[in-house]
Design a protein around this ligand. Structure first.
Ligand code: F3S
Length: 391
């Protein structure tokens, strides 16, 4: 791989140990994938932030990198294992909390913004069309590639840290336009009019895609929340972290010959398959983390009501702060629902605490089952709120 003088200096340790280690990670990755060079990135999002996933070995690696490593580009974090302020209310063990705080401190020492969210594009880490970036969380990667038109592979924890500390990533995969072309057409002949149903569509298309990139047709309009849900689902269920929707998403693509029709029955079957619980103990909304519009809607639905089940709302802290100012947080908290800023039902240590979950997220269903053995109920946001408040 060709390196510039600056990159060679980094690799030889002239910019410190953390940069040297970072450069060796990026060069090794580039060589594995046949990259010709390293290219600058404008933004990084680091995954692997929960102590539940990192453990002590991960924490040691971060401490080592934090000794002399500093982020060179805008860098934010994926959700952590707990709400960094409100962890007690969410029932997190103090021993876990102590370790999670050390993880965040190590990142802060590296100059990383400690906003832990899978929707960094709602809080100012929003790349422009054509930007090369190095993001880690799969739904955010898919949204950035497909909806914003930025270019990123799905980075692991170490490689995203390495990009933050050097400002570079190897040029391969989805950084190259020839790898961003649709490989088959999906004709949607079904009604998908809300984020839950876009999640179901992602389930169907992801399974059909098997790692390929679809061009989806037959969708007339979408909201940001629909596209957020589709981004999370399609990659979870087997698609590449990039899709195109005719006349909606901004990337240009060739039109492939292969066509597959998705009809109403396919969507209905996917919804049915994601429901296997009779009753629900725990409800999670905000997978991926809620937009301001969703918080507003949740506040409207909870106004004057009391929740009778554990209801968590996943959201980036800066969005929660705006909700505090405009009064939505007060309405939501008065109902007994809890904000889960900085975290979510998948990265928090929840195994064994609940047996079932209701959510409007197809991705949330997949990991609720896979990571926490939850039985699942898959409903719209409105129906999830109804389940939370009903006697
Ligand atoms: Fe985000 Fe957690 Fe869902 S990281 S996409 S809320 S599984």
């Amino acid at each position: 791989m060709e390196l510039t003088k600056e990159q060679r200096d980094m690799l030889e340790g002239k910019r410190g140990n953390a940069v040297k280690k970072s450069m060796s990670i990026l060069v090794a990755l580039g060589e594995i994938y046949g990259a010709k060079r390293l290219i600058p990135v404008t933004s990084v999002q680091i995954s692997g932030v929960s102590y539940d996933n990192l453990g002590d070995a991960g924490l040691e690696f971060l401490d080592e990198m934090a000794k002399d490593g500093k982020a060179r580009v805008k860098t934010t974090l994926n959700p952590a294992g707990m709400d960094m302020e409100n962890w007690k209310a969410l029932g997190i063990d103090p021993g876990f909390a102590e370790k999670q705080k050390l993880v965040i401190e190590a990142f802060e020492k590296m100059g990383v913004e400690a906003t832990c969210t899978c929707t960094p594009y709602f809080i100012g880490n929003k790349p422009k069309f054509g930007d090369h970036i190095a993001w880690g969380e799969s739904s955010a990667v898919t949204y950035a590639n497909s909806v914003l038109g930025a270019k990123t592979n799905k980075e692991g924890g170490p490689s995203s840290i390495a990009s933050a500390l050097t400002g570079f990533t190897p040029e391969y995969g989805l950084h190259l336009d020839e790898n961003r072309q649709a490989q088959f057409v999906v004709e949607v002949k079904a009604k998908v009019g809300n984020p839950m149903l876009f999640g179901a569509l992602g389930n169907v298309v992801g399974k059909l895609a098997k790692g390929r990139i679809p061009l989806i047709t037959g969708i007339k309009k979408t909201t940001t929340e629909d596209l957020k849900a589709l981004s999370a689902s399609i990659v979870t269920y087997g698609g590449a972290p990039l899709f195109h929707i005719k006349e909606i998403t901004p990337n240009k693509t060739k039109i492939p010959k292969e066509r597959i029709v998705v009809n109403q029955k396919d969507i209905d079957n996917a919804v049915k398959e994601m429901n296997d619980a009779e009753d629900v103990e725990f409800i999670f909304l905000g997978c991926p983390h809620c937009s301001m519009e969703e918080i507003k809607n949740i506040a409207k639905l909870l106004k004057g009501k009391k929740v009778r089940k554990e209801l968590w709302i996943g959201v980036a802290r800066p969005i929660k702060r705006i909700a505090d100012e405009v009064g939505y947080s007060k309405i939501i908290e008065e109902s007994g629902a809890k904000f889960a800023c900085d975290t979510c039902h998948v990265v928090a240590p929840l195994k064994g605490r609940f047996t079932s979950i209701a959510t409007n997220s197809a991705k949330g269903i997949f990991y609720g089952r896979g990571k926490n053995n939850f039985k699942t109920i898959f409903r719209t946001l409105e129906e999830c709120i109804r389940l939370a408040v009903e006697e």
